[in-house]
Design a binder for this molecule. Structure first.
Ligand code: ADP
Ligand code: MG
Length: 695
């Protein structure tokens, strides 16, 4: 039977049940998937290199000898670092691994064994080293070793080597790419306009590269890579564009009036809106005055005053007799919004506000639901409980969702309640502008990049474990003055049990250290109610120190808390550190954030700490985060709704991203429902791609 793109991978010659399983585990189910498994990098073996000739930032491949393999414990944690020392006639170099690529990886190396190493040379504390390079044993009889060529390198797992992958690809290519026509999805007009190679050309080149293209391939700027990256972006951009088009065709209630109510509320506020709030508010008011639903995201750091803007939009709706739903991710936050709304809106204009959470007793719940249904309550604040079908509105026209990253598109849809209300989504997780266009490509974005005046900036310091006692002394001093403190403990990914144990242990140690104070403990294993109770105690000042894992992250407002100590700060991502730090500095008192660092730390972790110390600007931090970690890690796939890209990189390939977006919009403009013949393959492929994007 001849091979086809749809042939299941186990039907390929040389693929037994075991290899079939390994491939399927990597998402390679068919021959087509095999072609779409792109090389991670290329080895350029033309230049013979020596250790002493290496320079920082070079991507190199060289032969050397194993001198030693060591395990090094990382601080007090349960983790270990691996260090492989290599040598040649000219010198030595260390290779560091902060995690083990796969079990048995290091057992493959004996002392004095000849190996080939490929990776990027990094300068760390004045010394050159490799981080997570690829190391392969060299066997003298390997013909590849003797050739003067460019070799694609695939991400390896146990039992699935680069050599094996290449063999399969050779076989598949001989039967498919070389012989028959590989189906071309893009029509001629699109390929010409955006200068795209055909898919067949592109695949051939990335898997069987020409040595002349080495320089481009290594930088991911070859024509072949351009085509593949473009296509990866294209599906997501087409998806976003099609959602936008769909929304544009929906009808919504136009909310428009003379703004008298908004004006009245603003006159009563104890402060002026900032310029950024002002701008965002007018963007929102323009949007909701249209007969099509607004889908707008308001991004802004914690405390930048997003909620106030949202409430004013609700006031505008209320003047027209239109109801607003405000949804928050936790009960505490819902209560916070409820109190704010009552304080600013009910007292001034008598706008009725209702709170619906899972905590209400049946009788209260029924009464609240009734007031929402009858239209007596103009604004309804709540948690997930709002999604429930028993909550009906009389005239829902505006939905405000706080801390959007905890709500998926699906939940947004449920909140529609058989209606097409305007959507205002608020998030305090700033993401770089370039990314916002894609991650939130289905939303318009407003940015509040200005804090209300008069906030004293948070003082942030990074501290090594030797200064621990000093930090505790400072905490004691502040708490004695009446302030409160957070101590944050990292989540240990590998095991929830260890995580729990660490937080609990820390709690006991600190309780012994601060016998004069009351401590609270918060962790992810607690039930929702328990968590809320612990948070409430802290908010009400019943406890002075709150030990917590990252569950405290989301928007809680305790203005009296002025110290945050983050243990093992090196283990947190930048955005996470920023979010955590945002829990302090919310009141009139000067606030402090202490980053406790472990001893064993990567260069990247140190850079992260330095970024946090140097700025409190969420956008600057998110840009730095993106640069340090790359977009995959940065976004977290699920929560962003983005598929994992196989080759595309949102930082490196931003220009191609924009082209792909233009192309997607142009395609829909030419053929809104993709009914033309020349777009049939796009339509078919798009249906498949969609399941990856939304699923
Ligand atoms: P966010 O939701 O963006 O974290 P909030 O809307 O909760 O921020 O605002 C934080 C605090 O700042 C609230 O107490 C709010 O009343 C106050 N606030 C909002 N806008 C201003 C402003 N322009 N000037 C002074 N204080 C403001
Ligand atoms: Mg908020």
């Amino acid at each position: 039977m001849p091979l086809e793109l749809t042939t299941p991978i186990q039907f390929m010659k040389g693929v037994g049940p075991k290899l079939g399983d390994l491939l399927r585990k990597r998402g390679i189910d068919t021959v087509s998937d095999l072609f779409d498994w792109y090389p991670r990098t290329y080895e350029d073996r033309r230049a013979a290199r020596t250790i002493s000739s290496l320079q920082a930032e070079q991507i190199v491949s060289l032969a050397a000898m194993v001198v030693a393999v060591k395990q090094i414990p990382m601080g007090s944690s349960h983790r270990k670092m691996y260090e492989v020392t290599l040598g040649d006639a000219t010198g030595r170099i260390n290779c560091k691994y902060f995690r083990v690529p796969y079990r048995g990886y290091f057992d493959r190396f004996a002392r004095n064994q000849k190996v080939r190493i490929s990776g990027k040379v990094i300068l760390y504390r004045g010394k050159l080293e490799f981080h997570h390079p690829d190391i392969q044993p060299i066997y003298e009889d390997d013909p590849e070793e003797l050739k003067d060529i460019l070799i694609p390198v695939y991400t390896e797992t146990e039992g699935l080597s680069t050599a094996k992958v290449r063999k399969l690809l050779e076989q598949a290519s001989a039967e498919i790419i070389s012989k028959s026509e590989y189906p071309e999805i893009f029509p001629a007009w699109l390929r010409e306009k955006y200068k795209l190679a055909t898919r067949a050309q592109a695949l051939k080149e990335v898997h069987f590269p020409h040595v002349d293209n080495a320089e481009y391939l290594l930088k991911f700027t070859s024509e072949a890579q351009h085509r593949i990256i473009f296509e990866e972006f294209f599906w997501i951009e087409l998806y976003m564009a099609s959602i936008r088009e769909g929304v544009r065709r929906e009808k919504a209630i136009a909310i428009s009036n003379d703004g008298a109510w908004v004006k009245k509320i603003r006159e009563k506020l104890p402060f002026e809106l900032t310029g950024a709030q002002e701008r965002t508010l007018s963007e929102v008011l323009v949007d909701i005055a249209k007969p099509h639903p607004m889908h707008r995201l308001v991004q802004g750091d914690v405390g930048s005053g997003k909620t106030m803007v949202a409430l004013l939009a609700a006031v505008q709706a209320a003047q027209n007799g239109i109801q607003t739903a405000i949804m928050a991710p936790t009960e505490i936050l819902a209560e916070q919004h409820f109190k704010n709304a009552k304080k600013f809106l009910t007292e001034t204009l008598g706008i009725e506000v209702e709170l619906i959470t899972g905590r209400l007793k049946t009788k209260e719940y029924k009464a609240a639901v009734e007031r929402v249904k009858s239209g007596e309550a103009m604004i309804c604040v709540g948690t997930h409980a709002l999604i429930e079908e028993s909550v009906e509105f009389k005239n829902l026209g505006l939905v405000i969702v706080d801390e959007q990253h905890r709500f998926g598109v699906e939940q947004r849809n449920k909140l529609k309640k058989n209606n097409s209300p305007h959507f205002l989504v608020m998030t305090a997780t700033p993401i770089p502008r370039t990314l916002a266009m894609t991650v939130y490509g289905d939303l318009d974005v407003s940015i509040i990049d200005e804090l209300p005046p008069g906030r004293s900036p948070i003082v942030t310091r990074k501290v090594f474990p030797t200064a621990r006692e000093k930090v505790f002394g400072f905490m004691r001093e502040q708490i004695s003055k009446g302030r409160q403190a957070y101590v944050i403990y990292p989540l240990v990914e590998e095991s929830e049990k260890i995580d729990l144990k660490n937080a609990v242990e820390e709690f006991e140690v600190l309780q012994a250290k601060f016998p004069e104070f009351k401590l609270g403990l918060l962790h992810g294993r607690m039930k929702g109610e328990e968590k809320e109770a612990v948070m409430a105690d802290f908010r009400d000042g019943k406890t002075q120190i709150l030990i917590s894992t990252t569950v405290v992250e989301v928007g809680v407002d305790v203005p009296n808390a002025t110290i945050m100590v983050i243990e093992h700060a090196e283990r947190f991502g930048l955005s996470q550190l920023h979010q955590l730090r945002g829990r302090v500095g919310r009141g009139e008192h000067k606030s402090y954030c202490v980053l406790m660092l472990g001893y064993a730390m990567s260069e990247e972790a140190l850079k992260r700490a330095e970024v946090i110390v140097s700025t409190t600007d969420g956008f600057k931090i998110s840009e730095a985060d993106l640069e340090l970690r790359g977009p995959g890690e940065f976004l977290g796939r699920r929560q962003s709704g983005l598929p994992g890209f196989k080759m595309a990189n949102l930082v490196r390939d931003i220009k191609i991203l924009k082209e792909a977006r233009d192309a997607a919009h142009e395609l829909l403009a030419r053929d809104p429902y993709l009914t033309k013949n020349e777009h049939a393959l796009i339509k078919e492929q798009f249906e498949k791609a969609k399941t990856h994007i939304v699923g």
